[in-house]
Design a protein. Structure first.
Length: 93
């Protein structure tokens, strides 16, 4: 069973970080790129609350995607069409 207060603080931290990363413009990248950008904008103390792996960050984004969309942020998960089929996320304002 997960600690509910830690989950809520992680969710709020990811929402706050995504809003800072996109900064009223479109942003597209992989989960690894998003994780590193979130760490940069949130600072050292707050980035410790963030998930450690890209797949864990994706699960947190799945939980908060509706809240981001309510704030006017379009969120789209997709894959590239080349041979590697890299997964990426796109945020649009």
């Amino acid at each position: 069973m997960t600690n509910n207060s830690k989950t809520n603080s992680t969710n709020e931290m990811v929402i706050e970080g995504v809003l800072k990363v996109i900064n009223n413009k479109n942003w597209s990248g992989t989960m690894t790129e998003l994780n590193s950008n979130l760490s940069k904008v949130l600072g050292r103390k707050q980035s410790k609350v963030l998930p450690g792996s890209p797949s864990a960050l994706r699960m947190v984004l799945n939980r908060v995607v509706n809240r981001l969309r309510c704030r006017g942020i379009s969120v789209r998960f997709a894959r590239t069409n080349d041979h590697t089929r890299t997964r990426y996320v796109r945020f649009a304002v």
